[in-house]
Design a protein around this ligand. Structure first.
Ligand code: ACO
Length: 332
């Protein structure tokens, strides 16, 4: 059975940098509050007409393909992780497919929010392991800046998130013990409403009503403290589950790439795993929480900085809305 390995990674973030000071002009918040609670100093906001989720993904995909030494027609499958697709339907995978000269390959979206990239990677990995496909493009891309309200009412969430995209090329390999060694995925839907955006959903007879905006019903809701507590439980648990499945230990980790939810969550995982700073990716200060894009952006920056070397053990892990969580253990 072949394994799949990442052979190219590319990222794109919008040009506009929005600092905490910029946000404090729009709402009752401060640089100190945001840094202390989240570690975020700045984030990127998309430009309408330029940076759609699929456009950003296309730019990232071009770089990933070039670095993998592939062209779009080489790709057999696109798995696109996002919670902020360009349209309600069809998914952004279909839009990406038409932007580059891909063949008429399967291209679909995965809805797993902050765990989207791990889920998408796992899906693509299964297709490659079964031999159905040889080359896959796995993407995480998000526009978050327009779902929150840049106001006092929206300040609890709007300061946390940012926009960006990243893509990886996943290829079949026969090299033993190389590539994705395992992925572990979990969901507990009992917590679905603890971090969610209810509208416009299909539950109501009328998906929109004129008073929804005024009532704030089109804004996401997050039970921040509960998310925090569960993240601290499930991140270490799913990392250990992945390592155990490969007969590996925490001390074997060369690089941990956690979903960039919050710098305090990353610091707590690092402490629990007993890992030094150089083995843990933390770039939330630059981009905020980019949801499905955060893990591959972390990988991309680490790769560009020469922090990912042949033979390294890379562990990725995520936790988020659903609640859904997961990990990927990779021998580079
Ligand atoms: N600026 C200033 N004050 C604020 C802001 C803001 N942006 N947002 C909220 N506040 C106020 C609140 O109104 C509250 O005021 P009050 O005491 O007068 O009522 C006070 O700050 C404390 O609010 P809490 O919500 O209790 O703040 P908390 O200490 O819990 O921090 C946070 C909030 C950062 C969201 C925290 O709960 C957390 O880190 N949660 C984890 C969730 C997370 O990281 N989510 C990321 C996305 S989900 C994911 O990726 C997994």
């Amino acid at each position: 059975m072949p394994n799949s390995k990442i052979t190219g990674v590319g990222m794109y973030v919008p040009e506009q940098v929005v600092t905490n000071a910029d946000l404090s002009k729009l709402m009752d918040t401060t640089d100190e509050w945001i840094i202390e609670r989240t570690g975020i100093k700045e984030r990127r906001f998309f430009k309408e007409g330029v940076d759609t989720v699929s456009c950003m993904a296309t730019k990232a995909a071009k770089i990933a393909l070039e670095r993998a030494g592939k062209t779009a027609p080489d790709i057999d499958l696109i798995v696109f992780a996002t919670l902020s697709a360009d349209y309600n339907f069809p998914g952004s995978g279909a839009l990406l497919q038409r932007k580059l000269p891909f063949r008429q390959i399967p291209a679909f979206d995965v809805r797993a929010q902050c765990s989207g990239f791990i889920y998408a990677l796992s899906v693509a990995d299964q297709f490659i392991k079964t031999g159905m496909y040889k080359n896959a493009l796995v993407v995480g891309s998000e526009v978050q800046s327009n779902v929150f309200e840049l106001s006092d009412r929206g300040r609890n969430m709007s300061v946390i998130f940012g926009d960006g995209a990243c893509a990886v090329v996943l290829e079949a390999t026969d090299e033993p013990n190389k590539g994705i060694l395992t992925t572990k995925l979990h969901t507990d839907g009992h917590f679905a409403e603890e971090l969610y955006l209810e509208h416009p959903g299909s539950r109501r007879k009328q998906r929109f009503s004129p008073d929804m905006i005024e009532k704030g019903e089109l804004l996401p809701y997050m039970n921040g403290k509960l998310v925090f507590m569960n993240a601290l439980k499930y991140f270490p648990e799913v990392i250990r589950e992945g390592l155990d499945a490969c007969n590996l230990k925490e001390t074997d980790i060369d690089l941990l790439i956690p979903h960039q939810a919050n710098a305090r969550i990353t610091a707590a995982i690092q402490k629990e795993m007993n890992l030094p700073d150089e083995k843990v990716i933390s770039n939330i200060h630059k981009y905020g929480n980019t949801t499905a894009a955060s893990i591959p952006i972390g990988l991309c920056e680490a790769w560009e900085q020469g922090r990912v070397k042949d033979g390294d053990l890379i562990v990725m892990a995520a936790f988020g809305s659903g609640f859904m969580w997961g990990s990927a253990v990779i021998r580079w």
